[in-house]
Design a protein around this ligand. Structure first.
Ligand code: HEM
Length: 346
């Protein structure tokens, strides 16, 4: 089959149809490049975890060969080693705590100012799809969007249990008090919300394309050397054979039975149920940092503000595929500062 489209939604709808007719392994040809789409959890595990060396190359379609686009070989290994053993080393990530706190202070100050201005102008506060870190954009808004009408996230009872009463107001971008990285460990429900956001609305519906380095047989289909292999991340997270009520937003599914923690292996080494960060040798090296930031900013933004839907606005979680998946219709929220005292002009 020759597929004459580069539109991801169209591609997804075609692969979804084909998958329902012919099973989880669907092979398409895009131009002259044979291209395979895998939506099966077990096959993905077999391919990326058990046969990683054969499936970790990238197709030569990128003009720039950086870490994410480099061929699987010594140059990629050097890039990856530099990144993981320096910038992303756990001790370094911990040492960026001051920068995280500063970024949070800027965010809170802006939101407080916006709240004050909008209260004066129209008596209501609208924050229009404007959370300031790109990494947070989709997941936070999706989480808020899904849970806004539910007391679960705003109350996030465990956040308040862990950190106590409302914080003091923020002056000069410097929060006196924040929910620290260490305290986040005591809020398993928060981690579950973030994971559920990434399952239900993964920022990428496909991982970056992989390339197979020798001819292989995949579930009886001969796949030639050089074929591009794509993994259907969103489909895997929504598979009713693996997830109970997959289209529902239910963070509890990630909690241990007694609610004391989260029992989920993001890397999928023993089995893949979802893979928002990919899996195997090319798995996103920033996954831990991303999860930490999502938890940190969500927890603190909930501690500092009460979030609800703007008057007359109906939450619409339709997605739009840009570089990453974003909300088609930006979220409009009303925020009320929980801080003691009034926000001041800055
Ligand atoms: C919610 C946030 C993020 C998501 C969902 C995400 C997801 C992904 C995915 C799906 C891949 C492709 C995996 C594959 O090809 O199999 C990837 C690769 C990559 N990500 Fe992330 N990522 C996130 C944040 C970050 C952050 C914060 C960093 C760096 C600080 C980062 C750095 C990278 C790099 C360097 C690669 C290429 C890895 C390689 O090819 O070896 N990502 N990411």
């Amino acid at each position: 089959m020759l597929l004459l489209t580069h539109s991801l939604p169209e591609l997804q709808s075609i692969t979804r149809d084909l998958k329902s007719k012919y099973g989880p392994l669907v092979s398409l040809s895009i131009g002259s490049h044979p291209s395979v789409f895998i939506g099966s959890h077990s096959l993905t595990h077999q391919v990326l975890i058990q046969n990683g060396t054969t499936f970790s190359d990238r197709p030569e379609i990128y003009p720039l060969r950086a870490i994410s686009t480099a061929s699987y070989g010594p140059i990629w290994r050097t890039f990856r080693h530099n990144l993981t053993s320096n910038f992303l080393r756990p001790s370094n990530v911990k040492s960026y705590s001051c920068a995280r706190k500063y970024a949070l202070g800027v965010m809170i100050s802006r939101l407080q100012k916006q709240q004050q201005q909008q209260e004066q102008a129209v008596g209501t506060i609208k924050v229009i799809d404007h959370i300031y870190l790109a990494i947070l954009r989709l997941s936070v808004l999706m989480c808020f969007g899904e849970k806004l009408d539910d007391s679960g996230l705003n109350d996030m009872a465990s956040v308040h249990d862990v950190v106590g009463p409302p914080p003091p107001i923020v002056v000069d971008h410097e929060p006196e008090l924040v929910i620290t990285e260490e305290k986040l460990q005591k809020i398993p429900y928060l981690k579950a919300v973030i994971l559920e956001g990434l399952r239900r609305h993964p920022p990428g519906h496909l991982v970056l394309p992989h390339r197979v380095t020798k001819e292989v047989e995949l579930q009886g289909y001969k796949t030639p050397k050089g074929a591009t292999i794509n993994f259907m991340v969103a489909e895997m997270g929504w598979d009713p054979d693996v997830w109970d009520e997959p289209m529902e937003f239910k963070p509890e599914r990630f909690l241990l039975n007694d609610g004391s923690g989260v029992g989920f292996d993001v890397g999928g080494s023993k089995g893949i149920k979802m893979m928002p960060f990919g899996a195997g040798r090319r798995i996103c090296p920033g996954a831990d940092l991303a999860l930490l930031h999502l938890e940190y900013f969500v927890a603190n933004l909930i501690w500092y503000f009460h979030w609800s839907v703007a008057d007359g606005y109906v939450v619409d979680l339709a997605e739009q595929v840009k570089f990453k998946v974003v909300m088609k219709n930006p979220l409009e929220t009303k925020i009320i500062s929980r801080t003691k005292g009034q926000p001041i002009d800055q």
